[in-house]
Design a protein around this ligand. Structure first.
Ligand code: MTE
Ligand code: HPA
Ligand code: MOS
Length: 781
């Protein structure tokens, strides 16, 4: 066993750069994930049988060969479901069966599950099914969906302010264009996995790698046809979620639970990497069509745009995701007149889902393209256009959803990063360098981020916690948030340590469980520490209030004279060690356990009218990226990145820095090398690392300066901190624009390259060739 690190023993250290509570176990391979739970006796293994067609009727399913295969114990189909054959995660919709029956609507859709004595036996047998399909034409992308008129998975949304049509026709200059961006596989290191253990009376406990234990509980209960209280879902940690485990774990948990209850034996299911990539949803790819009006200086006057997303074959979270794209269609910029609409198209592809940023990044890529277009149209530096269009005061502070931006630090923060990154000097240096360098061209871009914090579905903005103080002074902490590597457990433990002035390692971090804290929200929307930190603090304050009044009575002092100090309590002029003090409280029959609760104040949202105050506050950041592009091959390197990011008053600067670096790199992967590719039959052909290229250590920027903005949240969040999970991903838009800048240099910055994402070397090369052609044509005229 590993020694516990002494770094954890600092009393009341909220705000300190503590290491992640499991960091030493992560690096030593000792942190137990769901698949590492010691196998219960009589464990069976499940594997899914997946559709081999993207769109087809099913007229026959022969599983005799599977049943006869070695090790096979059972084959489960829709007929074996005692409850409902439905795992749709959003209310009001029922379009996602656990097992398809008479038709399949995407390649990789589950048809049945094989249960066997070993995982290998289950996996091999799953291939032996004879399925008789009647092929139907698959609709694979937005273009085809528009052509076929397949319709939306849920109603779209419109945000509007002012008269965009009028403002467009009155604008001195107008630009029409399109930007497209690809999807992204989550590529969490731990694939989906669930282990179900049957209990008495048909109850079941499910260990699930999920960001949303309560939803897994609900889905399992629906499928089994039992009340929620018959199902307990537990998760100690995930090996990454990134949004991919907000809803997509439901399937695996439901299959494991179904088999476990039916066979009265524990059942585990873990798809291999390829099947995880084929059968579970990804980030939505988008097509954004825009028309912008602006003046001669580059001030935006009007924006009209449509945000079309490939949602896949079921609704999943696509409505909320395409909504969030619209909520970030402005990024940091004021549009005097605006009309933006979302189109969540249904397609015969895997159902796209939450991914870090939740549609926000896609909306923001649109906004930054608008800026770039205006910069080229006016011949000005894109950074100047950005600054010219920032939100301001009065009417210039109103968003397309009519929330007023009250905490706008983008202008200050960007000005500071411009200085720290030496943007202007480097801009000049790069101009000179590019004039001299024939093949390798450099590019530079500085882009800002403003990200709205709160679930836009207002009811999710609540959380609960459970805190016990034991009579030796040690503390047991539980809350509704899940740990996926982002450090939430550490941050909330720091909050509790601070509240009691206890050593951090006196606070026991425990697995999230629907049996301890009920009715939880997904750990998502970056709100984990905002919500659960506050709920845990509430529980601590309840216990402290009881202790304070106990002390005041017993020692006959004013409650105000009771102070919690590191490891002890001062009561009047006397000091008592914390353990002795709580023991005395117990003997006086004072309750040392409490639940805590929090709901976010100030927020409201009316989707129908497109008006409200959906976000409690905004998190800000900016990044300046420099790239070098080989204009003969399109290959490139990220040479230097400077980041200045706003986390308010940090709960833990070490963890926040990790989130910023990781988020940036993940965003860079999305916008550069990660390309999903489906063939004409709707089969994902990039379903393994051999063909799907995520960033590796050597892709890290050569120079990588990350700084935290020195400020605090103006809203009363936990410790005046700000959410950090998702916003840094969007800092990577600076890399896309730096690449575009390098590409533009081959035509002397006369034309906007309109570089789409992912800007793979191939796409960069095509953009370069297109510009060179344009220059030649121009010269030939
Ligand atoms: N960081 C790590 N290491 N692993 C993850 O899976 N998920 C991201 C982000 N950072 C993730 C991560 C996403 S999508 C969200 S919404 C937040 O963490 C969720 O956690 P939080 O609300 O506690 O920040
Ligand atoms: N963000 C992330 N996850 C969500 C949201 C959101 O706004 N709404 C529902 N699930
Ligand atoms: Mo994060 S996409 O909100 O799980």
């Amino acid at each position: 066993m590993l020694e516990r690190s002494p770094a954890l023993s600092v009393a009341g250290d909220m705000g300190a750069p503590q290491r992640h509570d499991s960091a030493h176990k992560h690096v030593a391979g000792e942190a137990p994930y769901t698949d590492d739970i010691v196998a219960p006796a009589a464990l069976l293994h499940a594997y899914l049988g997946l559709s081999e067609r993207a769109h087809a009727g099913i007229v026959g399913l022969n599983i005799d060969a599977i049943r006869a295969a070695p090790g096979v114990v059972a084959v489960l189909t829709a007929e074996d479901i005692p409850g409902v054959n439905d795992v749709t995660p959003v209310t009001g919709f029922h379009d996602e069966p656990l097992f398809a029956t008479d038709k399949v609507t995407c390649h990789g859709q589950p048809l049945f599950a094989v249960i066997a004595t070993t995982r290998d036996a289950a996996r091999r047998a799953a291939r032996l099914a004879e399925v008789i399909y009647v092929d139907l034409p698959p609709v694979l992308d937005v273009k085809a969906a528009r052509g076929f008129g397949t319709g939306f998975v849920a109603p779209g949304m419109t945000l509007t302010r002012g008269d965009a049509k009028d403002a467009l026709s009155a604008a001195p200059q107008r630009i029409k264009g399109r930007v497209t961006m690809g999807g992204q596989d989550h590529f969490y290191l731990e694939t989906h996995v669930a282990l179900a253990v049957p209990g008495e009376d048909g109850d079941v406990t499910v260990h699930s790698s999920t960001q949303h234990p309560t939803e897994v509980q609900h889905m399992v209960a629906h499928v089994l046809g039992v009340p929620f209280n018959a199902v307990t879902v537990e998760v100690r940690r995930m090996g990454g979620g990134f949004g991919g485990k907000e809803t997509q774990g439901n399937l695996f948990a439901a299959v494991a639970a179904l088999a476990a209850v039916k066979l009265r034996r524990p059942v585990k299911i873990r798809p291999d990497r390829d099947d995880d990539m084929i059968a579970t949803g990804k980030r939505h790819d988008f097509v954004v069509d825009y028309e912008i009006g602006h003046d001669e200086e580059g001030r935006i006057l009007a924006v009209e745009a449509t945000y079309a997303a490939r949602c896949g074959h079921t609704v999943d979270l696509s409505a909320a995701i395409t909504d969030r794209a619209l909520f970030h269609a402005d990024n940091c910029y004021y549009y005097p007149a605006v009309h933006v609409t979302s189109e969540p198209w249904r397609t015969n592809t895997v159902s796209n889902t939450a991914f870090r940023g939740f549609g926000g990044p896609q909306g923001m890529v649109g906004a930054e393209r608008f800026i770039e277009e205006v910069a080229f149209a006016t011949g000005r530096d894109p950074l100047d256009i950005r600054m010219l269009n920032f939100y301001g005061e009065g009417e210039r502070a109103v968003t397309p959803y009519h929330q007023v931006v009250e905490d706008n630090i983008a202008p200050e923060l960007v000005t500071e990063l411009e200085r720290r990154s030496d943007y202007r000097t480097r801009r000049e240096a790069i101009r000179e360098l590019n004039a001299r360098s024939r093949i390798v061209k450099r590019g530079l871009a500085l882009t800002p981020v403003k990200f709205g914090i709160s679930f836009t579905a207002t009811q999710y903005n609540q959380a609960g916690a459970l805190v016990h103080v034991y009579t030796d002074g040690s503390i047991h902490l539980n809350h509704g948030g899940t740990e996926m590597g982002q450090g939430l457990y550490t941050k909330v433990a720091q909050v509790v340590a601070r509240a009691f002035q206890a050593d951090l390692d006196a606070v026991k971090i425990t697995a999230t469980s629907t049996g301890k804290v009920p009715n939880t929200s997904a750990t998502a929307a970056s709100s984990g520490s905002d919500l659960n930190g506050m709920a845990a603090l509430d529980a601590c304050e309840t216990i402290k209030a009881r202790l304070r009044s106990f002390a005041a009575g017993k020692w006959d002092v004013d409650p105000a004279e009771v102070a919690f100090l590191p490891g002890r309590v001062r009561i009047g002029s006397e000091e008592v060690p914390f353990a002795d003090f709580v023991c005395a409280a117990y003997n006086a029959r004072i309750q040392l356990s409490a639940t805590g609760y929090y709901r976010t104040p100030k927020i409201h949202w009316d989707r129908q009218s497109g008006r409200g105050h959906p976000f409690y506050y905004f998190s800000y950041g900016a990044a300046c990226s420099e790239v070098a592009v080989d204009t003969l091959t399109g290959e490139y390197r990220v040479e230097r990145v400077d980041i200045l990011h706003d986390v308010g008053r940090s709960l833990n600067p070490a963890i926040d820095r990790g989130q910023i670096e990781g988020g940036f790199i993940q965003g860079m992967g999305w916008l550069t090398t990660e390309e999903l590719w489906w063939d004409a039959q709707g089969r994902l052909r990039t379903h393994a690392p051999a063909t799907y290229k995520i960033p590796v250590a050597s892709d890290r920027p050569r120079i990588f300066n990350v700084d935290l903005w020195d400020g605090e949240n103006r809203e009363a969040t936990i410790g005046r901190s700000k959410a950090v999970g998702e916003p840094p991903l969007m800092l990577a838009i600076s890399v896309l624009h730096a690449l575009s800048d390098a590409v533009a240099s081959v035509a002397d910055h006369r034309f906007c390259p309109c570089l789409d994402a992912p800007a793979t070397p191939e796409r960069v090369l095509f953009a370069i060739e297109a510009l060179r052609e344009r220059v030649q044509k121009g010269a030939g005229q």
